[in-house]
Design a protein. Structure first.
Length: 705
């Protein structure tokens, strides 16, 4: 633990200058890199053929193993090969991560910048992408991880006894933090990323001297760029006089069940304590039931509390979901720009339960639409509103919905059996949640927007709230999510699509619990125990991961029976535990459907839009540490750079994939913001047509969305 470590991989320096030079190792003009194999293949195929991203070949149209609608496909009755729980065409019959074989000549370099002469920089010019240097990459083939860290970090593999665990440690003296990454088996009984996040905080509390450590917040459910469920931005405050490096070693020792003195690595401890205690930020990524990856960073509480301290951003970038990829992944440069408008775009979807018991609430909200839209206007947002019903029927077979969304739904043989009532014949098998027979499904609206899309007309909104199906089932949350799915991919100027830079707000209105949660979770009542709550959270984890996708990033608000509150007007047992959990996890707020004036919640929603960032939505999943922001005039003349600061500058909200601006550094209306950054390549699949995209994704502006 004394020698300084060698850099595992050295970076390259890219000068994104104008010109026709092709960067060595990149594809020639007219060619594109296959996102799976990395080989250069033709972007466009001959007439009658399409590009298959799985094997990189042009194949005859109709020969599409990833298209469930392809009548010529022999496996047409099976699910498409693309599976969101098995990202990037891995061998998912195996319990082990997909193997990666590096080039035999040792030429693998994770940094593969685009050719400035052929790259599409999304309103940027090649000259906007200034000198960009690669981060340092920590690579572990057996652990199947590639972690991007600062170039100034000292890095070392971790060993102990005669074992070589899949782990690395790092420190950066100039910034004052220590970090780690481990790839381990999930602990028994901990089956989700959220479970493992809580396991780690409990493990820390059991370390001698750390018994007063406190978990801050619940973390955020997140879907990584390569399709894995994760719990990011977990925080633990540790009152101790230990240095960040000492705390890291104690945590790693507890993870592996050994003593801290048994850890062996070639690294000088560099980060000092300052008597303010320590702050740990970490994430957990569930790769499979055999592998979870934990990445964390530790600094002093004093450094973390400074809104512009480098250590704060370093550990949050480790914990935020953007620094980690699979071994064999590559990273390249990207740039987007935007001329700021004087309003924030907000697309709101109201999922309205219009069953008989909701008639008074429906009437109140219908009469409130004009005032609600006036409040949105006063908030200074560019808003649109869509309305959907809560009835659901055979959604797994609804080909208008994406495979990614449909795969969230349980199968026909899953769910709680209908109860047997003494003196009455047995209830029929309902066919599983949202499955035929339609006794449990209503009219089959399946998240279609009433009236065909979004509107700004208060009377049209009122009419659509009145036109919602009165079916007596309440798939309120899930049909709202189905409406979001139908409104993707984002598109400018389309009445039935969410706009490219709009914040999505989903509002659920019901006096019942979410029907799907009631179908799948037993033991629900006005109050529930810890085990039922844990089961509910586990079930909802993938749904939260879907909402947290970079192209969605929805905030959910709810008007329902809130757990822990009294309600005289709702049916007993209809407390919306599931909806409340989703509201809390997405950063929304809930109001009681039992309150005398239910419109108060909609007033709160209108006021909350004032606080939404008018920031810039980025392309793909940027590596947060690489993002920089410049401001120019409308002619592109440089005016100033904006520093990274949570008090007076910008930061990247990884959950919503947007830049957030704070303090007097906020760009002004009609200024141009230019944001170059690095991103992982696998999260952007190039295409020339819809057939080139996996599953139900579509080709939008040359990318699969």
């Amino acid at each position: 633990m004394v020698k300084r470590s060698l850099l595992l991989l050295s970076g390259l320096l890219l000068l994104a200058a104008c010109g026709d030079d092709v960067v060595e190792g990149q594809c020639d003009p007219g060619m594109t890199a296959n996102p799976v194999t990395g080989e250069c293949v033709a972007r466009q195929c001959d007439e009658g053929q399409r590009y298959n991203p799985v094997d990189g070949n042009c194949v005859d149209e109709g020969d599409n193993p990833d298209d469930p609608n392809d009548a010529g496909d022999a496996g047409d009755e099976e699910d498409p090969d693309y599976d969101p729980d098995c990202p990037f065409f891995q061998d998912c019959d195996s319990e082990e991560p997909a193997p990666w074989n590096p080039p035999a000549d040792g030429s693998y370099d994770p940094f593969e910048p685009q050719d400035p002469a052929t790259a599409t920089y999304h309103s940027c010019e090649s000259s906007d992408v200034g000198p960009m240097s690669a981060p340092q990459f920590i690579l572990h083939r057996a652990g199947d991880y590639l972690l991007a860290v600062g170039r100034g970090a000292e890095v070392s593999p971790l060993t102990f006894f005669d074992r070589n665990p899949h782990a690395h440690v790092l420190e950066e003296a100039d910034q004052g933090y220590a970090g780690f990454i481990v790839s381990i088996n999930p602990r028994s009984g901990f089956t989700t990323a959220t479970d493992m996040a809580y396991w780690l905080s409990d493990t820390i509390s059991a370390i001698p001297g750390y018994d007063e450590s406190a978990r801050e917040g619940a973390g955020r459910t997140y879907r990584t760029h390569d399709g894995y469920n994760a719990s990011v931005m977990n925080h633990v405050r540790i009152p101790t006089a230990d240095t960040p490096g000492e705390a890291r070693d104690k945590i790693l020792a507890s993870i592996f069940g050994i003593g801290a003195s048994d850890l062996v690595y070639e690294l000088d401890e560099a980060s000092a304590a300052d008597d303010s205690g320590l702050h740990l930020s970490y994430k957990t990524v569930m790769r499979s039931d055999q592998q979870v990856i934990i990445v964390g960073g530790i600094t002093t509480q004093g450094r973390y509390d400074q809104p512009d301290h480098a250590a704060r951003f370093a550990i949050e970038d480790l914990a935020g979901g953007t620094a980690l990829a699979m071994a064999g992944e590559t990273m390249s440069d990207e740039c987007v720009s935007l001329t700021l408008r004087d309003t924030t775009e907000v697309d709101i979807i109201i999922s309205m339960d219009a069953s008989g018991s909701m008639s008074s609430v429906q009437s109140a909200l219908t009469g409130f639409t004009e005032e609600f839209t006036n409040l949105l206007n006063e908030a200074g947002v560019d808003w649109r509103i869509g309305v959907t019903g809560v009835d659901c029927d055979g959604i797994q077979d609804d080909q208008e919905l994406s495979y990614d969304f449909r795969s969230l739904w349980p199968g026909p043989d899953e769910g709680i059996d209908p109860p047997n009532i003494p003196g009455l014949p047995p209830l029929p098998d309902m066919g599983g949640p949202c499955n035929p027979p339609a006794l449990d499904g209503g009219g089959g609206n399946n998240g279609k927007l009433i009236g065909g899309g979004f509107t700004r007309d208060p009377q049209a909104i009122a009419d659509r709230l009145n036109d919602v199906s009165t079916a007596g089932v309440e798939y309120t949350l899930t049909m709202g999510m189905a409406a979001i799915d139908r409104s993707l991919p984002r598109a400018q100027g389309a009445v039935d699509k969410i706009r490219p830079n709009a914040q999505i707000i989903l509002v659920t209105v019901t006096d019942e619990r979410e029907e799907l949660v009631g179908q799948m979770i037993s033991g629900l009542g006005n109050s529930i125990g810890a085990s039922t709550q844990a089961e509910l959270e586990t079930f909802l984890d993938p749904w939260l991961g879907w909402l947290a996708r970079p192209d969605i990033g929805a905030i959910v608000y709810g008007l329902h029976w809130i757990p822990g509150q009294a309600c005289a007007t709702a049916e007993q047992g209809s407390v919306a535990h599931g909806i409340q959990h989703v509201v809390e996890q997405t950063g929304g707020a809930a109001g009681s459907v039992c309150q005398p004036d239910v419109t108060e919640t909609f007033r709160d929603i209108a006021n909350a839009t004032r606080d939404l960032s008018s920031g810039l939505r980025l392309v793909g999943n940027p590596y947060a540490s690489s993002v920089s922001v410049d401001v120019t005039d409308l002619d592109g003349n440089f005016e100033r750079s904006i520093p990274r600061s949570a008090a007076d500058g910008f930061d990247l909200d990884t959950a919503y994939n947007s830049l957030m601006f704070y303090g007097p550094e906020v760009p002004e209306t009609d200024q141009r913001v230019v944001a170059p950054f690095l991103r992982w390549n696998r999260n952007v699949i190039p295409c020339g047509e819809d057939a080139a995209c996996p599953g139900s994704k579509k080709c939008v502006l040359g990318r699969c969305e």
